[in-house]
Design a binder for this molecule. Structure first.
Ligand code: ADP
Length: 422
């Protein structure tokens, strides 16, 4: 294993995995802290997906250190702490405290911090994080329910979260390339800084930063700053050119879509697929009971599984979602539907379905949990940010495509199954 990564949430982990596969690395995502004997064979990179972004600080640290220990025992050469490209955190944590703990455990004394991801319009200039043309604190992130970001100056933000001190590698240095960045980071470390926020506006900057961090034990940032790492391993002769990193074995079995996302993109995708595939809509308002909803959907699906992919959706437009929420409360409504969709996925697998597209981030977490999935081997992307994965766990092997709500083109569901035929 070349790279061992710890991600502070599930979809963020998949995002990093996709970046590494694109760079030519065979990558496996593990769900939660792996068990001591758990294997991830044939992987150049392993990304442990935690749910530590908004967990209590002590829990986030403990889980991250447990993940690090497992990655160390598995023989990783370099470590990566992945957080959100909008630096989602509070003055209490969890980015600073977790990074502090990882630096202490690795004994490296220093790490760069770079959330920039220009492809998604996240850039860092003079230590200030921009989302598109807006400073982070004017991007809408200042209103985030859990991690409101009210300061765009990451040197200040990280300083409030760490016992160490934070320096800056500014744009003028980054723009000169890897040598200049390496020298600047060395100087900051020698002057006792624990962190360097590193500016980045383009992918070229990210690749230079990756190159400059070649000998760093720990890198912290968004998935963007991982862009340069495969090149380092290749240059060192550690990564083969010839393999197809996203190659997955073919699985026999029926196909299905389960959707719990109510995002605009998912609603459009469901609208499109109605003309092509059988679709069953859950009536969560009429039957607010997960077991009954699941029974109804599985009875409908029973005669249809195997011919064409079947589509089962809880997804609803805002007024319907609001109606259920006002009856049950926001959280209860979410949990009820997630539970129903997860049961349906389990029932579909029991009836021979092996290839499932899941729409929705939280929904994906619920489905993966219910199916007892421990690891996802990352395959080729269907659309940006959504790869097919080979899921292994306590049940049969499955192909899963876990789609964050707003991802994917309108014909995503058809495209996903077409990609498996080739
Ligand atoms: P996205 O990735 O689009 O945000 P998520 O799965 O993360 O999708 O979140 C969607 C949430 O909406 C889930 O908690 C899901 O259970 C809930 N939900 C889905 N359908 C309905 C509905 N008809 N009424 C109320 N809540 C719903």
């Amino acid at each position: 294993m070349l790279l061992g990564a710890i991600a502070d949430d599930f979809t963020g982990a998949t995002d990093l995995c996709s970046m590494l596969v694109r760079g030519g690395m065979r990558t496996v995502q593990l769900i939660g802290v792996p068990l001591p004997g758990q294997m991830a064979s044939d992987a150049d990179a392993v990304v442990v997906a935690l749910k530590s972004r908004t967990a209590p600080v002590r829990q986030a640290i403990d889980e991250s250190l447990s993940a690090l220990k497992w990655l160390q025992a598995a023989g990783a050469r370099q470590y990566f702490f992945k957080y959100c490209s909008t630096f989602d955190s509070t003055d209490q944590g969890n980015i600073g405290p977790v990074a502090d703990a990882l630096i202490a455990a690795l004994g490296c004394g220093f790490a760069l911090a770079c959330p920039a991801f220009p492809t998604n319009a996240r850039t860092v200039y003079q230590g200030h994080l921009f989302v598109g043309g807006n400073l982070l604190n004017e991007s809408g992130m200042e209103n985030h329910p859990l991690t409101p970001m009210t300061d765009a100056n990451l040197v200040r933000v990280l300083s409030r979260q760490t016992e160490g001190t934070v320096g800056l590698v500014p744009f003028v240095t980054v723009d000169q390339g890897a040598h200049a960045i390496r020298d600047a980071m060395t100087q900051l470390k020698e002057r006792g800084r624990r962190y360097a926020i590193v500016d980045a506006i383009t992918d070229t900057h990210l690749i230079s930063i990756g190159e400059a961090a070649e000998s760093h034990a720990l890198i912290t940032g968004g998935s963007g700053v991982a862009m340069g790492l495969p090149g380092n391993y290749r240059k060192a002769g550690l990564l083969s050119e010839t393999i197809d990193p996203g190659a997955l074995p073919k699985l026999e079995g029926a196909c299905a879509v389960v959707a719990g996302s109510c995002s605009r993109a998912t609603l459009a995708q469901l609208g499109y697929v109605r003309a092509h595939l059988p679709v069953f809509e859950l009536d969560a308002l009429g039957t607010p009971d997960p077991a009954a909803l699941s029974d109804a959907a599985l009875t409908w699906a029973s005669g249809k599984i195997g011919d064409k992919p079947v589509v089962i959706a809880a997804s609803a437009p805002p007024e319907k979602v609001a109606a259920l929420q006002s009856r049950l409360g926001r959280e209860q409504a979410g949990v009820l539907v997630e539970d129903a969709v997860a049961r349906i996925a389990e029932g579909l697998v029991a009836r021979g379905v092996r290839k499932i597209v899941v729409a929705g981030g939280e929904t994906s977490g619920a489905v993966v949990g219910r199916l007892g999935v421990h690891s996802l081997r990352i395959g080729a992307e269907i659309d940006p940010g959504v790869p097919w994965t080979l899921a292994e766990g306590s049940g049969p092997s499955l192909m899963l495509a876990l789609k964050s709500g707003n991802f994917g083109a309108t014909d995503f569901f058809l495209k996903a199954f077409r990609a498996l035929e080739g």
